[in-house]
Design a binder for this molecule. Sequence first.
Ligand SMILES: Cc1ncc(COP(=O)(O)O)c(C=O)c1O
Length: 377
Amino acid sequence: MQRINVNKPYLPDKNKYFKYLDKIWENNHLTNFGPLSLELENRLCEFLGVDNILFLANGTLALQVAYKLAGLKAKDKILTTPFSFVATTDTVMWENIEPIFCDINAKSLCIDEILLDSMLTKSSVESKIESNIDSQITHNIKAILPVHTFGNTCDLEKLEQIAKKHHLKIIYDAAHAFGVKYKNKSVFSYGDISTISFHATKIFHSIEGGAIIFRDKSLKDEAKSIINFGLKNNMPEVLGINAKNSEFHAAMGLCVLDDMHYILEDRKRVWEYYFKHLKDIFEFQILNPNINNNYHYFPILCESEESLLEKIRILNSNNIFPRRYFYPSLDTLSFYNKSNAKSCKISQDIASRILCLPIYVGLEQESQDKIIKCLIS
Ligand SMILES: Cc1ncc(COP(=O)(O)O)c(C=O)c1O
């Protein structure tokens, strides 16, 4: 019985990749902003409809660099979602910034912008009157870090208004949002900075990789220096790190980008087949009506954690390996231990019963039938 994993990295035509390898040998430029990396950035700008993009080592470092660019420092606070991949919170804590969790909307699975507004408004009003728990928690918040969960978004315009009202920066963790448009405009055009992951499991990938997309063009030069040890004209001028990516990764990105229309079409086929057969059985994330689906994930919501565990057991016994994505809710992480933090009940509930089904280019209908049969049984 062939094993079916939650995803299978897309591999483009090997000969095309080899042609790029020939170019790397000709150029003798292996890393440090080589011609293929620049070509990839230009082609990504065109494909995504954005102006400024910086290709780098991965989506995790992209987030860390984004916090620096937004001017965040140790002990500052960032308002974020507890329903995401652990990297969203890890990066914040790694930079000694304090994550403050705002619960999610049970339908969109994205940060609840109404709750977020009320948390911020309450804190600014109450902090003037008395020092209570809410105002202590939200005091010193410098930015908002929402996630376009599974490629979905909350109300982006409302978030922009909230950020403006409270003088906060917005950094979007857009790791899942490749190719997503909100009202026909790239989701990357919203917020001050967006970051994305090009990990092998993503719809578009460069094996390992990621990018930062900026609203303010001048930030790109700053970021370029930060990811290259903080060097400017070969002199260390700002605090930097090595987060560059190589020409070999860029070459993979260029090959995958050529196949993007096929990748999206085939994922659509898989997504729609599941939806047709499962729509009356499970609850689903509700996509924002103003965006397009990029068919990145196929999450289903089970009735309870027991029911989810039973489904995983049946699937695993048939050599099928879906993923509990995202689990656990990040406000419950053992290394995030804030005694005064509010617990995020909706995120915890969703995290306990959500399951991402296998979805990838080339997943056969026969395999999907098997998965559907296991789930229905
Ligand atoms: C929401 C989210 N943020 C950040 C990351 C980190 O990206 P990378 O694996 O490229 O470091 C991921 C990776 O899956 C993710 O899902």
